[in-house]
Ligand binder design. Structure first.
Ligand SMILES: Cc1cc2nc3c(=O)[nH]c(=O)nc-3n(C[C@H](O)[C@H](O)[C@H](O)COP(=O)(O)OP(=O)(O)OC[C@H]3O[C@@H](n4cnc5c(N)ncnc54)[C@H](O)[C@@H]3O)c2cc1C
Length: 535
């Protein structure tokens, strides 16, 4: 072991390390208290987490007349045949208890006049069951309550501004973690020895050129688990929000679906309502159908715009102040002008495969929140189920770790991993994100997926920058599984296989080795050059 390595080794006496400071990571840390834990967060707490941006709230069957069974039935209906029904019911049943935990940590959920939790309604829910805070402030309120609770808990050590870039393993078990200071590719990595690592690093939206997710949601947690050999589930299932506002901001602000609910229409640059020809419900069709309509219109060179001039006009600013402000900042007055929109990567149903306790296929590694795949969402996510899944599994992971005998000190990692890192080539990152959007996006086909698989496999092999290599790893897993699933189901749409195939009604379970094998088989196949998918 080199001196340098020794100097940069943190002997983590408590042995529990949580990577990620969103709902899943912070709730797990709080539930483990007073057991000492270390939380690593790429961004300072409160920033860089999708949790803070959640507007709707948390789905929980807490209202009179509603039931966990009804909630699970709605979840199963949306998941297009791939939801694990036992898991969905288990999550729905635990919702009430976890909401009460959040209340105890200080989340001020809205209440009705009788003091009961107020519940709102969202698309595809058969009952009013979304608990929320001051209308659309759920995410911000959850984060500020949890951060305050974490800062007041002496057993939780928080390391901010460091990203996990590799897991260290020994004989199939995780023994530690390699982390590096954000924004300094040449900084020396630090190694943390640990018997229990919990990955709670969020989603993958930032792998796409257009996304609603923060930059930290670039699939790094999924990549480091896959590189350590963990099984990955359903990576091809990515949910796209149909109407992100295209005003040159990254991430793109959302034009909420409520705008279409209020009568705003989708038009192209000729002023035609293109959704009328695509679905009887036109703009109010299911989210993935609207996303495909918008994508196809843009790909055909006609552009796509949300037109609220007639439906809202002068009332726009009062009714939708956030969207109004985003448009005005870009010089668009939505009361008088159509808003340019495009589909944006929003939520990843796939992730690190976990069992009902949050355990991954590697000993000593747990995963919770959006980075994991529990089977609860299947091929599509029911609105507001993601925060619920994150909080339920964070609680279960804490309980499972609590019951483990982790007393023996971790065998120190041997330092065999390369600490070298190259600079992040901005162009390669941009190209990867552009290719994910055009080749592995809303509408997919064999040729484009094959080209993406080859490109990401080469980047994953050759990239000198570890973050870029990890992004390519996750991109490869998504693209190769999308290539292998020769059907359309839920959020995964193949224009060469537009129908569901009953014989493919099963979840994908894959590994990085399997993804690389797909890439190698495509390298051996004759090349066919695809037509560009998007202008
Ligand atoms: C705009 C928007 C609105 C949404 N609205 C809703 C809603 O109303 N209801 C709902 O249920 N869901 C909603 N979702 C989805 C939901 O917010 C997320 O699925 C959920 O918050 C994920 O929580 P998490 O704890 O898994 O991850 P996050 O909250 O994303 O936290 C991830 C954490 O990991 C850190 N991190 C990432 N990579 C690394 C690394 N390599 N090393 C160290 N740290 C790392 C990040 O800095 C961050 O602290 C919305 C999502 C978006 C983007």
């Amino acid at each position: 072991m080199s001196d340098n390595f020794e100097a940069n080794l943190i002997r983590n006496t408590d042995n529990v390390v949580i990577v990620g400071g969103g709902l899943a990571g912070l709730f797990c840390a709080l539930k483990l208290a007073p057991r000492p834990v270390t939380v690593i967060s790429a961004a300072p707490l409160g920033q860089g987490a999708s949790t803070a941006w959640a507007q709707g709230g948390i789905a929980a069957a807490v209202a009179e007349g509603d039931s966990a069974e009804a909630h699970a039935a709605d979840t199963i209906a949306v998941g297009a045949g791939l939801v694990d029904e036992t898991i969905a019911l288990g999550i729905a049943r635990e919702a009430g208890a976890r909401i009460h935990d959040l209340l105890r940590y200080g989340v001020p959920f809205d209440r009705d006049l009788e003091g009961r939790l107020a519940v709102g309604r969202e698309a595809a829910h058969s009952a009013r069951r979304i608990v929320h805070v001051r209308g659309d402030m759920a995410g911000k309120a959850i984060m500020s309550a949890l951060i305050e609770a974490v800062r007041a808990t002496p057993s939780i050590r928080v390391i901010e501004g460091f990203a996990a870039e590799a897991l260290l393993t020994d004989d199939g078990a995780v023994t530690g973690l390699q982390i590096r200071k954000i924004g300094d590719a040449t900084a020396k990595p630090l190694t943390i020895a640990s018997r229990a690592v919990v990955l709670a690093t969020g989603g993958i939206g930032h792998l796409y050129a257009v996304t609603t997710n923060p930059a930290e949601a670039s699939g790094l947690g999924l990549a480091i688990a896959a590189r350590a050999g963990a099984v990955i589930a359903d990576p091809e299932f990515v949910q796209f929000h149909p109407t992100a506002i295209m005003v040159g901001r990254d991430p793109a602000p959302l034009a909420t679906e409520a705008l279409r609910g209020e009568g705003a229409t989708l038009i192209n640059d000729k002023g035609e309502r293109f959704m009328l020809a695509r679905h009887p419900l036109a703009e109010l069709a299911p989210r993935d159908i609207v996303a495909r309509g918008v994508f196809a219109e843009i790909a055909a060179g006609h552009g796509a715009f949300l037109d609220a001039r007639e439906a809202l006009g002068a009332h726009f600013a009062a009714k939708f102040p956030t969207v109004h402000a985003s448009c005005m900042a870009a010089g668009i007055d939505p009361a008088k002008q159509p808003i340019p929109v495009a589909p944006a990567a929003h939520y990843h149903m796939g992730g690190i495969a976990v069992d009902a306790r949050g355990r991954t296929s590697l000993r000593g590694l747990w995963a919770g929140g959006e980075v994991s795949s529990t089977g609860a969402h299947g091929a599509n996510r029911l609105a507001s189920n993601s925060l619920l899944e994150a909080v339920v599994y964070a609680g279960r992971i804490a309980e499972d770790i609590e019951g483990q005998a982790l007393a023996a000190p971790a065998r120190l990692p041997d330092g065999s991993m390369s600490p070298r890192n190259g600079p992040m080539p901005a162009l390669s990152e941009r190209n990867l994100r552009t290719m994910m959007a055009s080749h592995v996006g809303v509408i997919r086909d064999r040729e484009h997926l094959a080209e993406a698989v080859r490109s990401f496999a080469a980047l994953e092999r050759d990239a000198g920058n570890i973050a870029l290599r990890n992004m390519a790893t996750t991109a490869l897993l998504v693209a190769s599984s999308a290539w292998a699933r020769r059907e359309s189901r839920g959020a995964h749409y193949r224009k060469d296989y537009p129908a569901e195939r009953p014989e493919l009604r099963h979840r994908t379970m894959t590994t990085l080795i399997a993804a690389r094998e797909i890439a190698a088989s495509l390298d051996r196949a004759p090349l066919r050059s695809p037509q560009p998918m998007i202008a």
